[in-house]
Design a protein. Structure first.
Length: 459
């Protein structure tokens, strides 16, 4: 089949657009290293384009641009369409949480003169990849007086970084014979934060390094040890996203999964300059990497509630109409796909694999071992999408996530499908997915924005 998994040739004007988009995306990635930071950055960009908080308006009409910031960790942006909401909306959804190391509630300890933060990893990681890297601390510390301190340590070139040590090869004979899953175990992901004791005379006898770190934290960042109890601190790779490859065709960055799709969805929404026929939605969810759980994960009801609020604002709410609206939605569940890696060709099936640089990828189903747990989009819906993207000249490819009995992996598709809406997984192919530094191709980002924009615009 020649149509599938093919490169597209770009003219100079298109290549300039690809580069400009890549630059905007890199800036978004650098500013958004946590779900909270991504929401903040998305809101900033949305407000600059006329979006207002849904709670700030008393009515809504076609063309209105509204958003709901859900607990600072999930975000829904709407452009109200001409058609009644009970006809459904065109939703492009992605997630903005990424694998990382989360700081425990009682994290700070000293062992043999080194002070550490104890962590519990978040999402599916290969633990051995997270050692000997410069890491940064991002997040919030909520204090009992109600104030919240925002932290970002390790991104400015003048900032210190933190990190996890590994064993030198000279002493690693035993370690090197272990299974990769045991080379570095979860309990060993202890982040070094200091090794200098308090000066003589200041409680030198007991945990002097930990005490010195606590003193520094109090003076520099304004919180104390007890405040870790109500903190959300995420340890992430320090540093900026970079152009990757001598030809600069790719981007290496932290959190492409799934901020590349989130950013493409945002730009696609911002591309809607006219009043759309159907209401357009950009839906950015949290907690996908740990099963879309919790109040900010997709399994929570915030999207349904926001749709109900919006219908009420248009003066057209009833329980039945809400159910119709949700069932009549069409959705691209946008999440990254595994890019074919020639180094690991054995886990892919070449005819049904996603390739770097060959366009936005569609996964009819993502499950494995008998398609278990997959969404399995309807053929009729896929046919409509083919028509839409062929007309818009979008370069797309189709894939499964790995060989029949190897792959698998969930997204938010199956959750939204519970309402009965048409939904399919779509996204950007990624090399080294879930590694601290992942790789995408700029052309795939570009085709994703074009695909999502055409989808939102569909009648
Ligand atoms: Mn993902
Ligand atoms: Mn993931």
């Amino acid at each position: 089949m020649e149509r599938n998994n093919a490169w597209k040739t770009y003219d100079n004007e298109q290549l300039e657009a690809v580069e400009a988009l890549a630059k905007r995306y890199r800036a978004f990635l650098d500013a958004g290293k946590t779900e909270r930071e991504c929401v903040r950055e998305a809101v900033k960009r949305a407000e600059a384009r006329g979006f207002a908080p849904m709670a700030s308006v008393t009515s809504a009409k076609p063309g209105d641009r509204l958003y709901v910031n859900w607990m600072g960790k999930a975000l829904m942006l709407f452009i109200v369409g001409e058609k009644p909401l009970s006809d459904g909306a065109n939703i492009v959804g992605a997630h903005i949480d990424s694998p990382r190391l989360d700081v425990k509630q009682n994290p700070l300890y000293e062992d043999t003169g080194i002070a550490y933060l104890d962590t519990h990893y978040y999402g599916g990681i290969k633990k051995y990849q997270w050692v000997t890297l410069p890491l940064a601390i991002h997040g919030v510390v909520a204090k009992v007086d109600g104030s919240v301190i925002e932290l970002s340590i390790g991104e400015d070139p003048d900032d210190p970084v933190v990190g996890v040590s590994d064993l030198l090869p000279h002493l690693a004979q035993d370690q090197m014979t272990k299974k990769a899953s045991l080379v570095i175990e979860g309990d060993m992901l202890n982040v070094i934060v200091g090794d200098r004791p308090l000066p003589d005379g200041e409680e030198k006898e007991k945990e002097p390094v930990k005490k010195a770190i606590l003193k520094l934290i109090e003076e520099k960042y304004g919180f104390e040890e007890e405040d870790f109890l109500s903190a959300e601190l995420e340890i992430v790779p320090a540093g900026k996203a970079r152009d990757f490859g001598l030809d600069r065709s790719m981007i290496m960055g932290y959190g492409h999964d799934d901020r590349v799709c989130a950013y493409a969805a945002l730009e696609a929404l911002f591309d809607q300059t006219e009043v759309p026929a159907r209401t357009c939605v950009c839906l950015l969810s949290d907690k996908e990497e740990i099963g879309s759980v919790g109040a900010t994960g997709m399994q929570a009801r915030y999207f349904e509630n926001a749709m109900a609020e919006l219908m009420a604002l248009t003066g057209d709410y009833s329980e039945l109409k809400l159910r119709r609206a949700l069932a009549n939605c069409r959705m691209l569940s946008c999440d990254v796909s595994a890019a074919f890696d020639p180094n690991f060709a054995g886990v892919f099936e070449k005819k049904n694999a996603a390739y770097l640089g060959r366009g936005v990828c569609f996964n009819k189903f993502t499950g494995s071992r008998g398609k278990y747990d997959s969404n399995d989009a309807n053929a009729e819906f896929i046919a409509a999408l083919r028509n839409l993207f062929d007309t818009a000249g979008v370069n797309f490819q189709t894939a499964e996530l790995g060989k029949v009995d190897i792959g698998g992996g969930g997204t938010i598709a199956y959750i939204c499908a519970l309402y009965g809406m048409e939904v399919i997984d779509s996204g950007v192919p990624v090399l080294s997915m879930h590694a601290p530094w992942e790789i995408i191709d700029k052309a795939d980002l570009y085709e994703s924005v074009r695909a999502y924009a055409a989808f939102m615009d569909a009648k």
